[in-house]
Design a protein around this ligand. Sequence first.
Ligand code: S3P
Length: 444
Amino acid sequence: MTSSAPHPFSLASNGPLGGTISVPGDKSISHRALMLGALAVGETAISGLLEGEDVLATAAAMRAMGATIERLGPGEWRVHGVGVGGLLQPQTALDMGNSGTSTRLLMGLVASHPITATFIGDASLSRRPMGRVIDPLSLMGASFSAAPGGRLPLTMTGLCPAVPLDYTLPVASAQVKSALLLAGLNTPGHTVIIEPVPTRDHSERMLAGFGASLTVEETPQGRRITLAGEAELRPQVITVPGDPSSAAFPMVAALIVPGSDITIANIGINPTRAGLIEVLRAMGADIGLDNRRTVGGEPVADLRVRHSVLTGIDVPPALAPSMIDEFPILFIAAACARGTTRATGLEELRVKESDRLAVMAQGLAAVGVAVEESADGLTIYGTGGDPLPGGATIATHLDHRIAMSFAVAGLNARAPIIIDDRTPIATSFPSFLALMQGLGAETR
Ligand code: S3P
């Protein structure tokens, strides 16, 4: 979905960053709001929806399967659902662009409907493993024909009624968990999922909000989620909080640019997403959580972030799922810190929009940072607070978070850090450059 002509750019700072900004709505919550709205009978009203390419791919797919989805204004959307079990067969292939979340969650929805759907995506998405959803959805009765290695393009046919599943997640993945819960909505009986390592729980919260019968228990094996199938979902009014994964970029920008003091309003601080704040605070970051409140069933706060002298730490591997998308920008903070940061247990980063361990290690080395890559992590030797040498062009590999991370690094660099292509940023954070300019950064 991103245009083919690359647009190189760089960010530079001209003094401290300051001001108050709001970042777009949470990507994970936006996908789920469209999908559950499309399965409820009646009108779901969504405000603050992220209008990034990934979420627009979900909207287009839900329309192709029968839902009516309208945009009334910026972030204001209405969804008229077809009811659980009511999805129609799409007439053309579903183009998922760059979005793994759209692909895996929608595969779950299709699995328990009597329809056939083909999923296609860009070069990045077509490299990502789908076996993690193909395997359990096959146990439920869906059938698949995929490219070698269980990749896109992929055609699947759902089974109705599907077979209820009792499944322990072999990989800590909210996408897999959510795909199975969505499949379970139109499946008779109870779908049981055990996650030994907790992951983001937006699906559980939102399913309960839509009226599904769902219980979550802590057991010695992990969190045990039980969903009653053949659910009837009631339409909702949903306000999507700001995305903590997007807020992470201006947050680290303010931490590493001397004299900065910014506020990022209305950010989701769900504990299953807030690991970055915990880790940055352990490194010495001055991050305040003001005006804590609940918005749409999710905890929210305004983040006050001031420039801080950071010190490297060993990042607790147990925190990884609660900050899985934030490691690229954490590595930039670590590069600007005093001392050494070690992060392990991150093999999942190799199957994100790019191989984020390899791409970050190469990029950090290119901008003059001492870094060691292992099979499951990075060790980063910080500059001690000095600016990064810079003076390199970074290949983004169709990965929005690589682009934004090295753009932020350019704010604290002696020579420009050029990002080879800005277009991937539109998948999750279309207003990134405008907001960074609003805080005082210069775009070149
Ligand atoms: C997401 C889950 C995570 C995350 C992705 C969004 C979700 O993926 O990286 O950006 O919305 O469920 P995994 O489930 O693969 O860890």
